[in-house]
Design a protein around this ligand. Structure first.
Ligand code: PLP
Length: 379
């Protein structure tokens, strides 16, 4: 039997990417910025119903960094961040010399806990510093508790940077993720639901903010005939070649979401008779996840010998990739000395959770191999 490796999350091509890249090459638009970048931005803005302004950048991490800069976050400021996330959510806080304050997850969506968010804010204010921003994350595509979190942020007047890197196409009460925060962040890294090979975007609510983001992303050039600079600049603009891939990818975004949701259904089906495991689910019909990755938890009460490690090894033996959930930031060596508010929800998710292969390119044969491993393992 063909035993080629099944990966966690692979890109899928629409076939139109080449056309955009060839146009760029023919017109010698082998540049940072350019017609494909403008086109990609307007396609994204269309996707969001033309109610937001979007600046295409060379990574999602750059988008978070620029959001912090635009919010005026400086050295010595404090920024709250969901602990259960990829390090890219938190690293830009360090770039600014600011202090990350980590908050635990709640168990319904695995995202930032409203309870501990409020405790953190109150405590930081009591300590003499009101946090300058809150970085929230829609983990694996699942929207966080948007109503509760934004009510708290509004009450204390703290802006939200909504890390939607994993949640393009997800929505809450019919409104797309990326549009809830003061700034939204998208990623088009190779493993995300659509890709530009590497890339990201900053979502904001005014053209002025978009222009300002592009200004910083292109070395903060003042308006002059020569090179004149009064502010620190960055080289964060998306390349015109990458944007060409993005234009081609926009054609299959909705299809990819449908495939990933079908893969989630596939896993729900397999695991419905397996008592040791729960598959992550939308808490109710307000939540719509793109199910970028399907994730499972090994239940508390089951056999001690059953852990996510042994299950991961069983997949590995069959040449199938699976991965533990993100290791929470407050447990990372880099961030051990920063404040943390919460209990052990994120920690337990990390100990018991596994991400399963969820590529839009998964074939029936791949699915059979995956199902076989799971059925054999739990029998
Ligand atoms: C991928 C990712 C990012 C960063 O995106 P890049 O484009 O890789 O810089 C940020 N946050 C989360 C949660 C991510 O998964």
């Amino acid at each position: 039997m063909d035993n080629k490796r099944i990966f966690l999350s692979l890109p899928k091509q629409s076939g139109f990417e080449e056309k955009y890249i060839q146009e760029a090459l023919k017109g010698s638009w082998i540049t940072s910025g350019g017609p494909n970048v403008d086109d990609f931005e307007s396609k994204l803005e269309d996707y969001f119903g033309n109610t937001v302004s979007i600046a295409a950048l060379n990574s999602g991490t750059a988008a978070i960094h620029l959001a912090l800069i635009l919010l005026g976050v400086k050295s010595g400021d404090e920024v709250i961040c969901q602990s259960m996330t990829f390090s890219a959510s938190a690293n830009p806080i360090m770039y600014q010399g600011a202090t990350p304050i980590f908050v635990d997850s709640e168990i319904d969506t695995w995202n930032i806990s409203p309870e501990f968010l409020e405790i953190a804010i109150k405590d930081r204010i009591a300590n003499g510093k009101k946090p300058k921003a809150i970085i929230t994350v829609h983990l694996y595509g699942m929207p966080y508790k948007i109503d509760e979190i934004h009510a708290i942020a509004n009450h204390y007047g703290i802006p939200i940077i909504e890390d939607s890197a994993e949640a393009l196409g997800s929505s809450y009460k019919g409104k797309k993720c990326g549009m809830f925060g003061d700034f939204g962040v998208l990623s088009f890294n190779g493993n995300k639901i659509i890709t530009t090979s590497a890339g990201g975007a900053l979502v904001s609510y005014s053209n002025g903010l978009k222009e300002k983001a592009i200004f910083y992303a292109t070395q903060s050039r003042d308006n002059a005939r020569h090179y004149e600079h009064s502010e620190v600049g960055y080289n964060y603009r998306m390349s015109n070649i990458c944007a060409g891939i993005g234009c081609g990818q926009m054609k299959i975004l909705d299809k990819n979401i449908a495939s990933r949701r079908a893969i989630h259904d596939f896993y729900v089906n397999i695991f419905q008779d397996i008592n040791e495991v729960t598959v992550s689910q939308e808490p109710n019909e307000d939540y719509f996840s793109n199910f970028w990755l399907t994730t499972i938890l090994i239940k508390d009460d089951c056999d001690k010998k059953l852990s996510r490690e042994v299950l991961q090894l069983a997949f590995e033996k069959a040449n199938i990739e699976s991965r533990p959930l993100w290791k929470p930031m407050h447990l990372q060596p880099l961030f051990l000395n920063y404040p943390y508010y919460g209990k052990k929800v994120a920690e337990e998710l990390f100990e018991k959770g596994l991400c399963l292969p969820s590529s839009s390119t998964l074939t029936d044969e791949d699915k059979n191999r995956i199902e076989e491993v799971i059925k054999t393992f739990f029998n």
